[in-house]
Ligand binder design. Structure first.
Ligand SMILES: Cc1cc2nc3c(=O)[nH]c(=O)nc-3n(C[C@H](O)[C@H](O)[C@H](O)COP(=O)(O)OP(=O)(O)OC[C@H]3O[C@@H](n4cnc5c(N)ncnc54)[C@H](O)[C@@H]3O)c2cc1C
Ligand SMILES: *[C@@H]1O[C@H](CO)[C@@H](O)[C@H](O)[C@H]1NC(C)=O
Ligand SMILES: *[C@@H]1O[C@H](CO)[C@@H](O)[C@H](O)[C@H]1NC(C)=O
Ligand SMILES: *[C@@H]1O[C@H](CO)[C@@H](O)[C@H](O)[C@H]1NC(C)=O
Ligand SMILES: *[C@@H]1O[C@H](CO)[C@@H](O)[C@H](O)[C@H]1NC(C)=O
Ligand SMILES: *[C@@H]1O[C@H](CO)[C@@H](O)[C@H](O)[C@H]1NC(C)=O
Length: 512
């Protein structure tokens, strides 16, 4: 397994799961009629989406479903379709360098794969351990019951308490699929969270994971040896991150993890085609508000390799982070009051795909033949310069595929907070043929004091990536995409009763 699927000495209840929530505040609450379509009921003629990652491409797909075949949907992408779903090539094989693991309860992602006729990539047996800089403190064995027993022995009741807590959160989160299937939308991430899990969910975005876990009675030792390594591999951060995103990344079930055969990014290119969207390879530079009489539109100025162009749209969805650290390079003109700057910054995580020989001595195994692990997670030890290292599987797994043994040259994925220096590479690897680095602004640098960004930036200008501040995963972006498509549609067609409805669990029961 790759580092994204840490399977510690237990049924891995922790893999990051994508949930979605979206939040926004209507910035222009002063205008009663703002954001809604024309009174004559005319459909929008042009919609723009900035960004062709999973968020943008899923939005294109859902917008097409709701607005029908007539509307023109332009998707702008300055780099590669897929965004953070990307691969690098080693020895004629491709490996995921960004988002790699999908959970079996990620229902939108599953649905995309089904609709696009893509295949699930086979999973290959893996064995995970936790390293503290000196020795392994937790090891997965082949025998599930033994693992459970050991965990019980070492951490007592902590493990069960945690499992129950995570399951309860998951169950509530899964309500989103019902709400969305019934067409309900939310105008903010807060509304969405509130609707799924009441004030309890909102509170979880405002307090730290460590606080929640200690309150739950989870032991400090369990936190240090199990929870911290999972947060490090999933978000490159510690247990000061909010409880909600922490729970998101702890959710999971026994090896019910998958990926897309051929690469997860195939979902993005597939969705663009399915949506019959126009892909425009360009950098969007400015979004300007244009007011003519009653109607408001947005002018996008963008540069392709050969020209600078401006075009006007009825609805615009921004599907890339607007925080300065990500440098989307978009400026807003003509908005009064001005759109606020997005606070906070994104967390740097470097994915290095290394082809070489793992230095098993570094992990205390002088004979590499005896090194039993495929994935190494780490605790928060000052001497550790990496978050995880794991043997990587190619995106195409053929029938005869087997992992390389530690004494053979293999392909490894290392996550680290900074690019690996030569001496660090020489510590982790005995020798290597190649190193390919991808330096990601990967996910929010979380803090529990931060407000969730808005979804509705202006009448018909929507922002998808605020969801990441509740939790960042492919499925979160997909949930946000569905929500924005529903929200834009209901606002355009003035079906306000479909937005921010209370007591949806009860409503949906009586609708059936
Ligand atoms: C190393 C790593 C590992 C991860 N592992 C997992 C995992 O195992 N499971 C999981 O579910 N999630 C994982 N994630 C998170 C997941 O990949 C992201 O949450 C998701 O891909 C974000 O998609 P997005 O469409 O919202 O944004 P992005 O993928 O960032 O897409 C935004 C796109 O917008 C484009 N763009 C930006 N500005 C402009 C502009 N001005 N004009 C035109 N185009 C522009 C960018 O080029 C980019 O392609 C991981 C992320 C990283 C970095
Ligand atoms: C969330 O926090 C608020 C304010 O601190 C509190 O009133 C409310 O009871 C909390 N909700 C839950 C479910 O704990
Ligand atoms: C977590 O990391 C932050 C810096 O990102 C630091 O300020 C904080 O003290 C750390 N918390 C713990 C519990 O280590
Ligand atoms: C990898 O898998 C994809 C999807 O099934 C397929 O289209 C592609 O041809 C495969 N590539 C190789 C090299 O086998
Ligand atoms: C587009 O405009 C920018 C700034 O005005 C300019 O620097 C750039 O050369 C232009 N590009 C093309 C292809 O015309
Ligand atoms: C491997 O790890 C050992 C033990 O930490 C270290 O002494 C050695 O320099 C490392 N590198 C190589 C290439 O063996």
């Amino acid at each position: 397994m790759e580092p994204r699927s840490p399977r510690a000495a237990v049924p891995p209840l922790w893999i990051r799961f994508g949930f979605g929530l979206l939040a926004a505040v209507l910035l222009d609450g002063t205008r009663a009629d703002s954001g809604f379509g024309p009174l004559d009921g005319a459909p929008p003629s042009r919609i723009a989406i900035v960004g062709a990652g999973i968020g943008g491409t899923a939005t294109a797909h859902f917008l097409r479903q709701h607005f029908g075949p007539e509307v023109r949907i332009d998707v702008f992408e300055r780099r590669a379709v897929g965004g953070q779903l990307a691969t690098v090539t080693v020895n004629h094989q491709d490996y995921e360098s960004g988002g790699s693991i999908i959970h079996s309860l990620n229902l939108h992602m599953q649905d995309f794969v089904k609709q696009l006729g893509l295949k699930y990539r086979k999973s290959v047996a893996a064995k995970t351990a936790v390293f503290n800089g000196k020795e392994f403190i937790l090891e997965e064995t082949d025998w599930y019951l033994l693992d459970l027993f050991r965990l019980w022995w070492r951490y007592g009741i902590s493990f069960i308490r945690l499992q129950m807590w995570v399951e309860e959160i998951m169950e509530k989160f899964m309500r989103i699929y019902k709400y969305q299937a019934h067409g309900y939308a939310f105008s903010s991430v807060e509304e969405l969270l509130q609707s799924l899990g009441g004030s309890g969910f909102l509170n979880m975005t405002r307090r730290s994971l460590s606080e929640s876990l200690l309150e739950l009675g989870v032991s400090q030792r369990f936190i240090d040896e199990v929870i911290v390594p999972i947060m490090r591999v999933n978000y490159g951060q510690n247990i000061s991150i909010p409880a909600f995103v922490g729970a998101v990344s702890l959710a999971g079930a026994q090896s019910n993890l998958w990926a897309v055969e051929g690469g997860n990014k195939l979902v993005c290119s597939g969705l663009l085609k399915l949506a019959k969207a126009n892909l425009i390879r360009a950098q969007v530079n400015t979004i300007s508000l244009q007011t003519t009489g009653e109607s408001q539109q947005y002018e996008l100025s963008y540069s392709t390799q050969t020209e600078n162009v401006s075009e006007t749209y009825d609805i615009v969805v921004i599907a890339t982070p607007l925080q300065q650290s990500v440098d989307a390079g978009i400026s807003f003109r003509g908005f009064e009051p001005r759109l606020p700057e997005m606070p906070g910054f994104y967390h740097q995580t470097v994915a290095s795909i290394v082809h070489g020989y793992l230095n098993c001595s570094y992990f205390g195994f002088s004979d590499p033949k005896l090194f039993p692990f495929t994935s190494v997670l780490t605790t928060d030890a000052p001497e550790l310069f990496f978050n995880s290292v794991a043997s990587a599987c190619p995106v195409n797994i053929t029938a005869g595929f087997r992992r390389k043994q530690p004494q053979e040259a293999g392909v490894y994925k290392v996550f680290s907070p900074k690019p690996l220096e030569k001496n660090q590479l020489k510590t982790l690897f005995k020798s290597y043929y190649s190193v390919q680095e991808t330096d990601w602004q990967a996910y929010p640098h979380y803090s529990s004091t931060q407000d969730l960004p808005a979804v509705v930036l202006h009448h018909s200008l929507y922002y998808l990536n605020g969801i990441e501040w509740a939790g960042s995963a492919m499925e979160m972006s997909s949930v946000a995409a569905k929500n924005i498509a529903l929200l834009a549609y209901h606002r355009w067609t003035r079906q306000l009763e479909m937005i921010d409805q209370k007591d949806l669990m009860i409503k949906i029961k009586t609708e059936l």
